[in-house]
Design a protein around this ligand. Sequence first.
Ligand code: PXL
Length: 284
Amino acid sequence: MTKSAAVINDLSGFGKCSLTAAIAILSVMGIQPCPLPTAILTNQTGYKNHYCFDFSRQMPFYTKMWLKNNACFDGICSGYIAGEQQVDFIEDFIKVFKKSYTKIIIDPVMGDNGKLYSAYNKNTCNKIRELTKKADIITPNLTELCILTGDDYNSVMGKADSKFFFEYIEEIAKKAIIDNNFKITVTGIKKGGFIYNGVFETGSSNFFKSKEYGSSFSGTGDIFSSIICGSVLNNIELSKAVENATKFIEGVIKETIKEPYEKNHGIDFEKYLYKLAVNRENRE
Ligand code: PXL
């Protein structure tokens, strides 16, 4: 039977992020995505203008109806939330639907490049930190890892020229692993014209390198966490999943920038989804 994942994330009309990315990627990886919107937006919030319909009042109907219909999930993945009250909802949703085999993957979406996204504040971040304690895997970017651990992003990046930069990040991630029960993948570690993604588990750490093409695109974190979610449910080793996701995103960015692009629109992943297909004969 096809495995399924509840995907708790927003639906943005433009930006190729959140549910738009997750639905496409999980599907091509052979996993049934069951979307549970946190908000419906005209477009992601990085654009000059956006309208957001907060879905908080509707979300409890999903728990109620899905429970009545005996829904069960192999994975529960959460991402962008429209307000701190939704963290309580997600914790409750996990309590209700988590089975012994259910993998919990939490993308603690809060910010990027050292800054919080416009809809987030300190309180929301504190609640998200608590939520991550329920996860098997968390998929922060470096900014979000620093928020979770209480480290200062700018002083971490101040060490980027040091040959101990990676050891330093490893130490931050390991500290979080010891305090919690999860595995961590970390995206967006920038050093010397390259971007590294890291993976940290008890007893092992790895970094995968990709070229930095100059711009930080909308939705790449969501594409990354969706690939991690699909891979974990397909029993692919976490380190291999991070390597695959890194290569996929680097390849798509390389193609995207061959034509005029706008970073808020995201990357042209649609044409390359086949590279993630579980049906290997269809791969390049
Ligand atoms: O990709 C992160 C993200 C997801 N959803 C919305 C966003 C952002 C980042 O800005 O605005 C609505």
